[in-house]
Design a protein around this ligand. Structure first.
Ligand code: HEC
Ligand code: HEC
Length: 248
């Protein structure tokens, strides 16, 4: 469903419409009022003059749009290839904020997430990131990963020194601006690794400019990246899908 588009605002409206559709389904069941904050006063040339006082936007309204993709278990994106949308519930807030900022400023090129992040202020990013961090499934206490890699994958992981930054169980990175990886969808991890590998500036629509991960990902073939992604995705982790039901 994710199509390339040069018109960011149009895409954003489409996404908002999608989120409205999905959230209103759930809301209808409880006969709760539709989230009024969905209609952003800043959107669209026909918006009426801003009232003197803006009602504070609730966190529910802020994440309503995210839920349309990140809140549906197993929800798939078809761009640049079919893969599951990443878990963000339970991820580190600082990393979520860094990722959203990178979509906003173009260091991450994924078109859908760019148009989502484009409309977010720094305060929105901070609030949404903090909310998602709190949704953790429960800490992975074991220092060791929940299962051991094959000898071949172990050699790859060692070559990339992955644990030195992402933590011995891939769920306790050395800095909160680094992501937890354990248990993340393997197909997404593979797409992410290939995005780092894509040369910066090579494409308008794929790629992630990140000096650290770019240098690492380029040391491996795609088959090797996939082998590592499959292993890390199979581990026990702290992330989960936070479904809409939470708001009922
Ligand atoms: C139309 C579907 C869709 C919507 C709506 C959406 N996302 Fe995403 N999101 C994605 C996809 C697909 C990716 C993977 C992008 C990539 O490959 O870089 C992603 C990636 C992310 C990432 C990076 C995760 C990581 O591990 O690096 C964050 C953070 C994120 N989204 C947060 C949000 C937030 C917050 C919202 C709501 C304000 C939102 N998304 C709305 C589909 C969506
Ligand atoms: C020197 C520290 C460092 C090392 C070593 C390292 N990483 Fe990373 N990794 C990072 C940072 C920092 C990020 C976040 C980059 C960004 O903001 O996009 C990241 C991001 C990632 C992501 C994206 C996760 C997501 O949710 O989108 C994956 C996948 C990943 N690393 C896998 C690996 C693997 C596999 C290895 C070993 C082959 C490795 N990393 C080694 C620091 C490191």
């Amino acid at each position: 469903m994710i199509k390339l588009s040069t018109s960011g605002p149009r895409l954003a409206q489409l996404l908002a419409a999608l989120a409205l559709t999905t959230s209103s389904l759930a809301l209808a069941q409880t006969a709760a009022p539709a989230p009024a904050a969905q209609a952003k006063p800043t959107q669209g040339a026909t918006a009426p003059a801003a009232p003197t006082q803006q009602a504070p936007v609730s966190i529910e309204a802020q994440v309503a749009m995210c839920i349309g993709c990140h809140g549906i278990p197993g929800y798939q994106s078809s761009f640049p290839q079919v893969h599951r949308v990443p878990y963000i519930s339970g991820q580190n807030a600082k990393y979520i904020a860094a990722a959203l900022t990178a979509y906003k400023n173009g260091d991450r090129k994924h078109p859908t997430m760019r148009s989502v992040a484009a409309d977010m202020s720094e305060q929105d990013i901070a609030a949404v990131s903090a909310w998602y961090e709190e949704q953790a499934k429960g800490k992975v206490e074991a220092k060791e990963p929940s299962r051991q890699p094959t000898a071949q994958v172990a050699a790859l992981l060692q070559k990339g020194a992955c644990v030195s930054c992402h933590g011995s169980n891939y769920s306790n990175p050395i800095d909160a601006s680094y992501p937890k990886l354990a248990g993340q969808h393997a197909d997404y991890l593979f797409v992410a690794l290939k995005s780092y590998k894509a040369a910066p500036g090579n494409s308008q629509v794929i790629g992630r400019n990140n000096a650290i991960m770019g240098g690492i990902a380029r040391q491996f073939s795609n088959a090797e990246l996939k082998a590592m992604a499959d292993y890390i995705g199979s581990l026990q982790g702290e992330m989960q899908t936070q479904p809409q039901g939470r708001f009922r």
